[in-house]
Design a protein around this ligand. Sequence first.
Ligand code: ATP
Ligand code: MG
Length: 234
Amino acid sequence: MAAKKKAAGLFVTGTDTGVGKTLVSVSLVLALARHGLRVGVMKPIASGSEQTPAGLRNSDALALMQACGTDSPYSAVNPYCFEPPISPHIAAKEARIAIDPGIIRTQYQALADNKDLVIVEGAGGWYVPLSLDASMSDLPKLLDTPVLLVVGLRLGCLNHALLTKRAIEASGAEFAGWIGNCLDPGLERLEENLATLRHRLGSEPLAVFPFEPGAHSNVHCGEHLGRRLSLISF
Ligand SMILES: Nc1ncnc2c1ncn2[C@@H]1O[C@H](COP(=O)(O)OP(=O)(O)OP(=O)(O)O)[C@@H](O)[C@H]1O
Ligand SMILES: [Mg+2]
């Protein structure tokens, strides 16, 4: 019997919180599924969630699940879900829950079963703390996934992008590439900024998403913007 092929994974980080990680992740899931790939999703840790009859639910995790139409239970996709929109390490402490990387890895491996690719969305930026000593940046090594960087195109993004790329490489994780996501319709010298990112990040972006007035990180927007993705380098 042929050995079961292990799914590839991709960890999506960003230059900050609110820069479009979910929008990009949803777009990727839809684009990859359109290419016939079996895609899984994970949002290992989320803070900023709503109490529902089924329990706490985070909108990023729900959007990712809707994009791939998974039948995995919510708790597998998002094992750590905290209500207040605060740093996970503070939310976890307040909830008296210790984030266990071993549980995240076990859930990830289960989600990867029978999939070609699993898209994992981080929370916030690269160095978001998970506990006194652990950080989001530990996860790509733990899960053995390369890292895609979403650069939120606004003033200050060059510094944030270069710092984040350097930190990704310093962690020993593989830098898989970047996507530019325009957050500020008034950003001056967009093309010059993109040229600098190409040069300093060392690669063409997988896509540059324009500013879309009224954009939401949902399947509708993801479908629309995902048509700009170049999946050739994947
Ligand atoms: N290209 C865009 N055009 C217009 N608005 C955008 C664009 N990308 C993102 N936004 C706005 O920014 C919001 C945040 O995007 P998103 O939720 O994808 O960020 P995130 O990095 O996943 O945030 P978090 O750190 O909370 O997970 C969106 O809901 C949308 O309102
Ligand atoms: Mg998000």
